[in-house]
Design a protein around this ligand. Structure first.
Ligand SMILES: Cc1cc2nc3c(=O)[nH]c(=O)nc-3n(C[C@H](O)[C@H](O)[C@H](O)COP(=O)(O)O)c2cc1C
Ligand code: SF4
Ligand code: SF4
Length: 422
């Protein structure tokens, strides 16, 4: 932490202490805190090995945690404008995670808690570990977080009042799991708006709404259209975010880089889950029974994921560091998409095409065009992202990948796909 930042932290702490003009501390307590939280006192503690972690949202210091050694939290403050958005539990989760890795034998993360903050610490999993004591004019209670609960601490209960669930789907798998989760959330009383990621984010998200993203894994990352959408998102302002990815078997940990991008934009990533669904390319013959079983299981998992989100029993892991970082960077170039297209080129059969124009309208990458007077569309390989949507939904099988089943994979009808988004 730089000297400038310690001044900033002190201003944040006084803002929290003052509340809305009603300090939660007695005058004696306030005097002790005022001595503890000065830039000079903080610099002294830094030189003694105390550590500080700061969270900025849209350039504003929204929260801060101070730890004394790996096993004790000595301060935690959240800017009143960002309270209730899960930042506090996220900072505790990070401290607990560091405690486990730096002090593997530690059983607890501990903190001395003033009366007004006990409720928060208990909600995130701390238990009282001693009697209330007054030291130096400040009353506090020793509270302990059993580190065995760390996994659950990696996330926090969803605080949002509604969900904006944005979906990208090639052949319908991701839309199916998103719909299953949305139904469950709605049944539990949380309004959900299902929206498409095909175009950039149209504007600000609903106030108090969490952001949901559902999309397929592609080349251990995801399609350029999805990344373009993520880039277009407005500032998160501490808003919670969750991800539902679908894959054919191995997701490759792409939630790691995605989490970094979302955090940079000011979102609070609380949950990422990947669902194994039918593979949508590469089969010579469709494994119908296996696909049905995978879909059934994934839909059950999507429903229980939605319930876990509400209960705060989800987590956002950090991916597979080297692989996911590499595939993220590669996915931002044309390389994997050009390579994939060379393996599975899309061909139009003029004898089957009825010139309905569906493939032109549906392509998220504007890679399909129908020239005037042409007897079938053309696909531009340099733009195609290989999402398989045009192939999956062509009504006559005119668009196809040579050597693949005449009836390609799709998880739903084109009508269901079109009707899904608001
Ligand atoms: C271009 C392409 C790349 C893919 N890459 C992966 C991958 O890296 N890992 C994986 O498990 N599945 C991969 N898949 C399979 C899809 O992720 C999976 O079938 C997904 O559920 C499709 O979702 P959708 O129907 O919503 O498009 C890929 C599919 C395509 C078409
Ligand atoms: S969706 Fe199929 S039938 Fe319709 S224009 Fe495209 S290739 Fe032709
Ligand atoms: S051409 Fe087809 S496979 Fe390629 S991006 Fe467009 S819809 Fe997806």
């Amino acid at each position: 932490m730089s000297p400038g930042q310690s001044g900033e932290v002190c201003r944040l702490v006084s803002k929290v202490m003052d509340g809305d003009g009603k300090s939660v501390l007695t005058p004696d307590e306030r005097r002790v805190f005022d001595r503890y939280v000065t830039p000079e006192a903080m610099e002294r503690r830094i030189s003694m090995g105390y550590r500080h972690e700061l969270v900025y949202v849209s350039g504003v210091l929204a929260g801060m945690i101070e730890t004394k050694g790996p096993e004790q939290v000595s301060m935690l403050y959240i800017h009143p404008g960002y309270a209730g958005k899960g930042l506090g539990s996220r900072l505790i989760a990070r401290a607990a995670s560091r405690c486990s890795s730096e002090s593997p034998k530690a059983k607890f993360l501990s903190v001395y808690v003033t009366d007004s903050a006990i409720g928060f610490y208990e909600r995130v999993g701390f238990v009282r570990g001693g009697a209330r004591k007054t030291v130096g004019g400040v009353a506090s209670t020793l509270c302990k977080l059993p580190l065995a609960r760390r996994e659950r601490m990696l996330s926090s209960k969803m605080h949002a009042a509604s969900v904006e669930l944005f979906v990208f789907t090639g052949t319908g798998n991701s839309l199916l799991v998103a719909q299953a989760a949305a139904e469950t959330l709605k049944r539990e009383g949380l309004p959900v708006r299902l929206r498409s990621m095909d175009k950039p984010c149209p504007g600000p998200l609903g106030e108090e709404a969490a952001l949901g993203l559902a999309f397929p894994v592609a080349c251990f990352s995801t399609y350029p259209t999805v990344w373009r959408f993520v880039d277009s998102l407005p500032a998160g302002d501490g808003r919670e975010a969750f991800v539902m990815g679908t894959c054919g078997g191995f997701a490759g940990g792409m939630q790691g880089p995605l989490g970094k991008v979302l955090r940079k934009k000011g979102y609070n990533p609380i949950a990422a889950k990947f669902f194994v669904m039918p593979g949508n390319y590469g089969n010579k013959k469709l494994p119908v029974e296996k696909n049905a079983l995978r879909t059934e299981r994934a839909l059950l998992d999507a429903r229980s994921f939605a319930r876990d989100l509400l209960k705060g029993q989800t987590e956002w892991s950090n991916g597979i560091p080297l692989l996911s970082g590499l595939m993220y960077r590669l996915g931002q170039t044309r390389r994997p998409w050009d390579f994939f297209y060379r393996l599975f080129p899309i061909t139009a059969d003029p004898g089957k095409c009825v010139r309905c124009g569906r493939c032109v309208r549906d392509c998220p990458a504007r890679a399909v065009t129908m020239a005037e007077g042409a007897d079938c569309p053309a696909v531009e390989p340099g733009l195609c992202e290989s999402c398989q949507r045009c192939v999956g939904f062509c009504p006559t099988g005119a668009l196809h990948v040579p050597g693949k089943p005449a009836e390609p994979y799709r998880a739903m009808s084109h009508e269901a796909f079109e009707a899904a988004f608001e």
